[in-house]
Design a protein around this ligand. Structure first.
Ligand SMILES: CCCCCCC/C=C/C(=O)SCCNC(=O)CCNC(=O)[C@H](O)C(C)(C)COP(=O)(O)OP(=O)(O)OC[C@H]1O[C@@H](n2cnc3c(N)ncnc32)[C@H](O)[C@@H]1OP(=O)(O)O
Ligand SMILES: Cc1cc2nc3c(=O)[nH]c(=O)nc-3n(C[C@H](O)[C@H](O)[C@H](O)COP(=O)(O)OP(=O)(O)OC[C@H]3O[C@@H](n4cnc5c(N)ncnc54)[C@H](O)[C@@H]3O)c2cc1C
Length: 665
């Protein structure tokens, strides 16, 4: 470990003794190789040793405006540091944008995040070569700073319902951008409030009197010198939120704002000088930026979950509470099976989500390369899988983070524990980039279509043809995975049966769809879980893992897939053979027994496993989770930073309380 200090809590010290596996091997696995670990460490040293990037006071004590200014100061300084970064610019940017290194410096949110996460990807994915040549260098050099402005006050999910219009005027060869109502105002884009001077704006394209649907436009919003909004642009920040408060999410209205024709991003569709519209090969290609971010979100949520699990696990081994054996010393709370039940599933989930996200990232790269060559075959599978994993990782992630917080008792409720921030970020991911329920329904649409038409991509192949595999309780990993598969198929069939039942009653397809939503969502979730479980099991089959690492990862894998099975045991009723043979109870009992055994087997390695994440104290940013386990001293030191502790009697006592005490009410 890079940060061994002179003090080490004796309980943590003991936890770390006799670790049966090589922690570094797991670190390297998670980083993507030994060289990547070295590169990450070097980068962390470079960034975290800079005194100017450290907070003078905890951010919680600053006003909304001061927090923004402070995070912007550090974000700009980070950009200056890019040039000399030992890791090179691209890996540095990647590390700085997310929940890892970036969040250690920019705790409240990065005001430049949208520029890198959406604006540049939108230019790359939607702009022609000429447009990229015109804008990309400026964007990379930070001569311009952009955001992605799609959501409006009245519509976020339903993109076809967006109200902002871009009407082509062939006389001047310009588009006229207009917000026809208050609900048409862009609302939510990050960095829009105060930081960005450009945006990719999604608007309904009108040409020759016809609406051609939503399209991306490159729009300058603020003067490049004065930063004042340009005439015809109404712009501001939307105010404090549950979290991510320095991402300066903003609003934006257009009052007959004109832009040249060539600022329609024309990679996939064009408007010619005379106003002729040239269609894209697929109308959903303009949604590609969202697909990219959904993939990135899975990785980001996983990093955040690793932080939460590390904090909670270390704390649970330091914290002693109550009595396990009457009269004995208070045990580490981690020794309660109930605590293991809270923390070991999220610990296992960090591996499951990372492996599945890696898989998705590979699919994204292959599909994207193919799309660049005009081959769209992988697009439906990529859309289905990115929706499924984004929704699953963020919803399960948010629940797990909250469990981690609860597992730390009262201290987990402190702002300095870092749980509020982590939760704020992970739960935001449940909403942004497609609200999760809406994404589940997109996944369901793909599953139903595949099952009915018997054709679909790699991730849905199991829905094509008859079920194969054992039909009884089988306690091997393969057997359990097959159970997941049968449940997923069973739930799709139930959803289809519901749709057909409604159809027979004469309901229109859209009503039938709405009335089957509960089943459809269950089917989509079962599909996503199957993918994660298969990724986990398959990843352990390959790769040159040492025997001790393989053993502990296999235990985590088994624990995780049994945990989900037990959580969702009701869904086993949808597996046909189980209903007939009354196997659900047997299944439940067998699995519970195994699950409890696995909790006990993994418990001794919990601290070693979170140590393997190799998250520096600055990244964890929590007195509860520090490597040395000096929890109480660190909590006390944090309290000393409260402005209320800077004087023994606060001035408000004299103003308000003293008069009340003397008033004889
Ligand atoms: C480090 C992390 C930092 C992160 C910062 C994040 C900042 C946040 C940014 C944002 O939130 S930006 C705004 C994001 N907004 C959304 O995600 C909106 C969600 N809505 C949609 O994506 C879509 O409108 C919809 C809900 C998917 C539905 O669209 P629509 O009504 O037009 O389509 P359908 O009729 O339902 O489906 C038609 C057809 O199209 C396919 N499809 C839909 N989306 C895509 C896609 N993205 N790619 C490929 N294909 C897509 C869909 O499957 C249907 O196919 P068929 O069944 O007809 O074959
Ligand atoms: C932190 C944060 C950052 C964001 N950043 C950006 C950004 O940079 N750029 C940008 O353009 N946007 C951004 N957004 C906006 C975000 O993308 C939208 O909030 C999101 O897509 C959800 O849309 P909505 O708010 O309109 O919710 P709604 O669609 O109004 O959802 C409300 C409820 O209705 C349900 N619902 C809606 N449609 C259906 C349906 N068809 N079937 C069943 N249920 C349905 C939903 O499940 C939900 O429960 C951000 C949002 C947040 C929270």
């Amino acid at each position: 470990m890079s940060q061994k200090e002179t003090y080490e809590n004796p309980d943590l010290k003991k936890e770390r003794q006799n670790c049966p596996f090589n922690k570094e091997e797991i670190t390297n696995l998670l980083d993507g190789g030994k060289e990547k670990t070295a590169e990450r460490k070097q980068l962390e040293n470079y960034i975290l040793s800079d005194e100017q990037l450290k907070d003078a006071v905890p951010m919680e004590y600053l006003s909304h405006a001061d927090k923004y200014a402070e995070e912007l100061r550090k974000a700009c300084l980070l950009m200056h540091k890019l040039e000399n970064s030992p890791a090179g610019q691209v890996p540095t940017l990647r590390a700085l944008m997310g929940a890892g290194l970036g969040s250690a410096v920019l705790k409240e949110g990065n005001p430049l995040a949208l520029h890198y996460v959406m604006f540049i990807p939108a230019l790359m994915g939607q702009g022609t070569i000429d447009q990229q040549a015109k804008w990309l260098a400026k964007a990379y050099n930070l001569n311009i700073i952009g955001t992605y402005a799609q959501t409006e006050l009245g519509h976020g999910t339903f993109l076809r319902g967006l109200e902002t219009t871009a009407t082509y005027d062939p006389n001047t060869q310009e588009f006229v951008l207009e917000s026809p109502s208050l609900t048409a105002y862009k609302w939510w884009p990050g960095s829009l409030g105060k930081t960005a001077n450009y945006a990719v704006v999604m608007a309904q394209l009108y040409t020759k009197g016809k609406c051609e649907g939503t399209h991306p436009f490159m729009v300058q919003l603020r003067d490049e010198e004065t930063h004042e909004p340009l005439p015809g642009i109404v712009i501001g920040e939307i105010g404090p939120k549950l979290g991510m408060n320095t991402n300066d999410n903003g609003y934006l209205g257009f009052e007959k704002f004109r832009i040249p024709r060539d600022q329609l991003l024309m990679k996939h569709s064009q408007v010619l000088e005379d106003g002729t519209y040239v269609k894209p090969t697929n109308s959903k290609l303009s949604y590609a930026t969202m697909v990219f971010v959904r993939v990135v979100v899975c990785q980001d949520v996983t990093t955040n979950l690793r932080k939460a699990v590390t904090i909670a696990t270390r704390y649970s081994c330091v914290r002693r509470q109550s009595e396990l054996k009457p009269g004995d010393r208070e045990p580490q709370v981690m020794d309660y099976q109930a605590q293991q039940n809270k923390l070991l599933p999220p610990l296992a989930a960090t591996f499951a989500f990372q492996l599945a996200s890696d898989h998705l990232w590979n699919l994204y790269n292959t599909a994207n390369n193919n799309i660049e060559q005009g081959d769209l075959e992988l697009l439906p599978d990529l859309h289905g899988l990115s929706c499924a994993l984004k929704a699953l990782c963020s919803s399960e992630g948010a629940n797990f983070v909250e469990v981690c917080r609860q597992s730390c008792g009262g201290h987990g409720y402190m702002a300095c524990s870092n749980f509020p921030r982590i939760y704020g970020q992970v739960t935001a991911a449940e909403t942004y980039e497609g609200e999760n329920t809406v994404l589940w329904l997109q996944v369901a649409r793909y599953l139903v279509k595949t099952r009915k038409e018997q054709t679909g991509g790699l991730s849905v192949k199991y829905l094509i043809g008859e079920e194969k595999g054992p039909k009884t309780v089988d306690t091997t990993l393969e057997g359990i995975v097959h159970l997941y598969r049968r449940t997923a198929v069973g739930l799709v069939d139930v959803a289809i049966a519901e749709l057909e039942k409604s159809g027979r009653k004469g309901e229109a397809p859209h009503d039938a769809w709405n009335h089957a939503a509960v089943y459809l969502i269950k089917a989509a979730q079962a599909h996503a879980r199957l993918f994660v479980v298969e990724s986990f099991v398959n990843s352990l089959k390959v790769g040159n893992l040492s025997a001790p690492v393989r053993t502990v990862l296999s235990q985590l894998c088994e624990l995780f897939i049994i945990y989900w099975l037990l959580e969702r045991s009701g869904e086993l009723f949808f597996v046909r053979q189980f209903i007939k043979k009354r196997l659900v109870t047997v299944e439940f009992q067998v699995r519970t027994l195994l699950y409890v055994k696995l909790l006990a087997a993994i418990r001794p390695q919990a601290v070693n496993l979170v140590d393997s994440f190799d998250l520096r104290d600055e990244i964890l940013a929590s007195p509860l989770g520090c490597w040395d386990g000096n929890v109480y001293q660190r909590l006390f030191d944090e309290a000393a930073k409260s402005p209320l502790n800077q004087s023994s009697v606060h001035e408000s006592f004299h103003k308000y309380l003293k008069p009340l005490l003397k008033s004889n009410l």
